[in-house]
Design a protein around this ligand. Structure first.
Ligand code: DX5
Ligand code: ZN
Length: 220
């Protein structure tokens, strides 16, 4: 099972004064994806980076850029993030007036499509779109900040999403994002997540030993 599990470290917890070096270090440490949290200060009460930064990071690594758009309205920026080098573009259903249109905008740029559910967002928001997307991102914290406490109540929803995917015989990823640590990573996998996002655990545990922290999350 551990070979199936992917780790997507979030650079929100990285040192923003040297993001390029941090991305290269994550690749060397065995990260499967690079999780890039984009926040606009409107959809969430925080502001991070835009397409220009991703464009500068793109040539530094071949690793998948797992771009989590916490922005609204989201449609206006799909093209920019796609052309900046995003590989997976994940949006929140509440950030668009037409989910199908947003999915099409991402597919038109030949990128993988993710839809993200906030802790209080219900699975019925996405069930009609599962056959059109590549990834469901289950938030286990309220979006906006790294270093928050894991919300175990989302494990139920994670199981429900995984069961629905299996029932529909679809082959899509379930990614869990927020407060993932060495104590809860096994529960997240048991609930059906096959991609774990982690910011603070990867960058802060074991004196910032990225390789060790990624391995512990992947293998426990
Ligand atoms: C929160 C972001 C998460 C966060 C994860 O809005 O979407 O990706 O950076 O960081 P930790 O692992 O520290 O909760
Ligand atoms: Zn995220």
């Amino acid at each position: 099972m551990s070979s199936m599990i992917k780790i997507s470290p979030s650079i929100l917890s990285a040192d923003f004064s040297k993001l390029g070096d941090e991305v290269i270090s994550l690749e060397k440490a065995g990260a499967d994806y690079i999780h890039i949290d984009v926040m606009d200060g409107h959809f969430v009460p925080n502001l991070t980076i835009g397409p220009e930064v991703i464009k500068k990071l793109r040539p530094l690594t071949k690793k998948t850029f797992d771009v989590h758009l916490m922005i609204s309205p989201v449609d206006n920026f799909i093209k920019d993030f796609a052309e900046a080098g995003a590989d997976i573009i994940t949006f929140h259903p509440e950030a668009t007036s037409n989910i199908s249109k947003t999915i099409e905008l991402i597919k038109d740029k030949n990128k993988k499509v993710g839809i993200s559910l906030k802790p209080k967002s219900n699975i019925n928001l996405i069930e009609d779109y599962l056959d059109k997307i590549d990834l469901v991102l289950i938030m286990s914290v309220e979006p906006g900040f790294g270093g928050q406490k894991f919300m175990p109540e989302v494990l139920e929803k994670t199981k429900a999403v995984r069961d629905l995917i299996n029932k529909k015989n679809l082959n899509i990823d379930v990614e869990i994002d927020g407060g993932i640590n060495f104590e809860n990573c096994a529960k997240a996998k048991d609930a059906g997540a096959n991609i774990l996002v982690s910011g603070s655990t990867v960058f802060k545990e074991n004196n910032g030993d990225l390789k060790k922290n990624i391995e512990i999350l992947r293998n426990n």
